[in-house]
Write a new protein. Sequence first.
Length: 258
Amino acid sequence: MKKQKITVIRPNGNSGNPRRQFLKLGGLAVAGAGLMMACSKDEMAQAPQPMPQPNANGDDDMTPDEMGIFDLGEGDLGVLNYAYALEQLEADFYTKVVNGFYTNCSQEEKMVLTDLYNHEVNHREFFRAAIGAAVGDKKELILPDLEFDYGDFDFSNRDQVLNTAKVLEDTGVSAYNGAGQLLKNPIYLVLAGKIVSVEARHASAIRTLVNPGSADFAGDDVVTVDNGLDLAKNPSEVLSAVAGLGWLQTEFTAKFLP
């Protein structure tokens, strides 16, 4: 699959749009390899050394075919690679959406989707930089760039795009909620908490576009009625759902994540 450089042109619109301002509050930014987060360099220096990558060191229990397949790893490194995989998917999807594929939408929807695009690309680049900083010279521990093939997915179909975005955002929220308990270093936990709050805003905005004027922005299918909390899912459940989409072309395993 040949990769192309894609330039996004932001649609013109009213900068006073309240939903747009609401979304922009959650923006994260990355400047080069520097992380523009609410953590100091000293705090980032406290991050633990990543666990050895099983595939890099060899494993007698692996078959010859498995030896060439990347594994996300264990501990904090495994969770970071897991989040990086999800952000790669979301960033790639919204890149396709905002670059001319999605034509049957309103100006408001274009503004919301473009904000989501910007956030997800920033999230992806944040994890790329964060994992790179954590592993140092051991670049083989970083999940490679993933390839996606959307087959006959119709990016000009408003309902198909918005309903798929709804699934992706809801899945992203439940993924971060489920992975938080796996993190050992509090710095990573704080960062994950910041990103999941942005993902939850995304989910709310998309749900409002799908069903305006309803209570779906915090529906009972994603916010539990007994405790008022978002759903939390284990990595295995989330990755199975991602694989079920049939878009992921790059194989990887997650043997050390629940």
